[in-house]
Design a binder for this molecule. Structure first.
Ligand code: ADP
Ligand code: MG
Length: 291
């Protein structure tokens, strides 16, 4: 049976908006020496904003936005929400898309106005050179923006730069964990430049960029083999397999996907990433009482 102090630990957590689905998880949290964070939606708000739209002369910004909106109308990614919002405020109507496909960790594809279109990162354009756009893209990335390329009929015609705000309590949480001797790791499908900028600002110990969902899961597995129990915090967008693989999977409850909330071991109902250091403290306190 579950000791009384465990129950009170779970109750105390619940009062702070932290839903723990079993006493084992509370115990394991306190044993973990490594906390892995997903970037987008977890350390950042995941509410991106379009900060730049660049277009080739023969295409124009409006056309780039129109194509992007047509593709993103069918996607649930935070990047899609940002692009739809920009299209809405710019008064650009998204046309229909056929044969829509989402490529995890890369972007989206579909036929818009009888032309093959694509929107996403470099991974989505393997045999299409982003050549002439590379300089512009790197310039935006150097400023910490996430860049996606817009391809029409086999040619890149523009790019969109997006900004994502770091969560208010993210830096404090990372510092808190470090003070408790815990190693912090950040995983992201985003590019190296953006990852370096965010990790640097937060004081994260280790990060890995340009990861596919399956890569994130592999990293969690490797860290577990190397360092023992791992707690993973994510929003369930492209990190569900990693969340499931971690000894304790913690989901962001408010912006998190339904599937993440359902399969997670612990849910941060208010999306306060600081809940993870609250959990650590609570776990150690509870276990001291139990022993
Ligand atoms: P993170 O690991 O930071 O949560 P994701 O794995 O969700 O990032 O996405 C990784 C990258 O894949 C994004 O930064 C973007 O370049 C690309 N991508 C994924 N989905 C989309 C989409 N719907 N539209 C545009 N780009 C996308
Ligand atoms: Mg994510």
């Amino acid at each position: 049976s579950t000791p009384v102090s465990m129950v009170s630990g779970i109750t105390a957590a619940a009062r702070q908006g932290i839903l723990i689905k079993g006493s084992d998880y509370l115990e394991t949290v306190g044993k973990a020496r490594t906390v892995v964070f997903d970037k987008t939606g977890t350390l950042t708000t995941g509410r991106l904003e379009v900060a730049a739209v660049l277009a080739s002369d023969d295409t124009g910004e409006e056309e780039v936005l129109k194509t992007a909106a047509a593709l993103e109308a069918r996607s649930a990614h935070p990047i899609a929400a940002a692009i739809m919002e920009r299209a809405r405020t710019a008064g650009v109507a998204a046309g229909p898309v056929e044969g829509f496909v989402a490529v995890p960790g890369a972007g989206v594809r579909g036929v818009v106005g009888s032309r093959e279109c694509a929107l996403g990162n470099r991974r989505l354009f393997p045999d299409m050179s982003t050549g002439e756009w590379e300089k512009k893209a790197r310039n935006l990335e150097g400023r910490g923006l996430t860049v996606v390329f817009v391809g029409v009929g086999g040619r890149v015609v523009g790019l969109i730069g997006l900004m994502d705000a770091i969560r208010e309590d993210a830096a404090r949480t990372v510092a808190d964990l470090r003070a408790q001797g815990i190693r912090t790791v950040m995983l992201t499908g985003d590019n190296e430049e953006v990852a370096a900028a965010v990790a640097g600002r937060l004081g994260i110990d280790e990060y890995q960029a340009a990861l596919l969902p399956v890569d994130k899961m592999q990293v969690v597995e490797d860290l577990t083999a190397r360092l023992g129990p791992v707690v993973m915090v994510g929003d369930g967008v492209n990190d569900a397999p990693a969340l499931a693989r971690a000894d304790v999977g913690v989901a962001m409850g408010a912006i998190g996907s339904d599937i993440a909330i359902e399969t997670a071991d612990i849910v941060l109902m208010n999306d306060q990433v600081g809940g993870i250091s609250t959990l650590m403290t609570l776990s150690k306190k509870t276990m001291r009482v139990v022993r």
